[in-house]
Design a protein around this ligand. Structure first.
Ligand SMILES: Cc1cc2nc3c(=O)[nH]c(=O)nc-3n(C[C@H](O)[C@H](O)[C@H](O)COP(=O)(O)O)c2cc1C
Length: 202
């Protein structure tokens, strides 16, 4: 089968992309609006970018009416966010925070997600996740305007939280202890399966 993206509606292309680019890690992103009201939402077009300077990216698309998501509006207004990785035991709560709530209503309260102050930024941090990155906005790259238009948020990591309980004997994160969830296509999610090693060529 061959697909020419020019022949597809954006919505259909989106479905093909999210069901082939898998597994995708999930960024659970906490922000505040200009009034200090918290916001929390998941984004799976997400990854690390580089370590010098330590930088992450995720992609809050415009909604189907062309409106920017609250997360992007808040980050452009305040320049800060906390990005959490999602352990299996919080998967349902993470999914609940994807609900479209009116602007100014906090998913923290609405979905009963605990939070504590972050160390260096104003958005709050979720305790009980294995990994959280406090970030300051590096830049937003607009891929396209209008409905389902793309935006890429690049954030500089200014504080890194990692739960000691997920470290292995070598002092590095143990993937099985992290027990992170990843997104597959549609409503499907994945947990870590079989691990194997490959020695990199010199
Ligand atoms: C697992 C998961 C991954 C998601 N990934 C994305 C994504 O990469 N980009 C995006 O724009 N929306 C994504 N969404 C949808 C947003 O979470 C949803 O639109 C949310 O309401 C945005 O919240 P906000 O308006 O408070 O920023 C995802 C939802 C789920 C459940």
């Amino acid at each position: 089968m061959q697909i020419d993206p020019e022949t597809l509606k954006a919505r259909d292309m989106y479905q093909w992309m999210v069901s082939t680019v898998i597994p995708r890690p999930i960024a659970w992103v906490s922000t505040v609006d200009v009034n200090g009201i918290g916001n929390l939402a998941p984004f799976s077009f997400f990854n690390g970018v580089c370590a010098q300077p330590p930088t992450l990216m995720f992609c809050p698309a415009n909604d189907r009416f062309g409106r920017q998501k609250d997360t992007l509006v808040n980050i452009e207004a305040t320049g800060e966010f906390v990005l959490h990785l999602v352990p299996f035991h919080l998967a349902e709560k993470m999914n609940a925070t994807a609900a479209s709530l009116p602007r100014g209503v906090s998913e923290f309260e609405h979905c009963g997600v605990e939070s504590v102050p972050a160390t260096k930024v104003r958005p709050r941090r979720i305790p009980g996740v294995p990994v959280a990155f406090e970030c300051r906005l590096d830049r937003v790259v607009r891929i396209s305007e209008g409905p389902i238009g793309g935006n890429v948020v690049f954030g500089r990591i200014v504080q890194f939280h990692i739960d000691d309980a997920v470290l292995g004997p070598d002092g590095r994160p143990d993937p099985l202890k992290l027990d992170l969830v990843a997104r597959a296509g549609g409503d499907q999610y994945m947990r870590l399966g079989e691990l194997f090693s490959l020695v990199r060529p010199a």
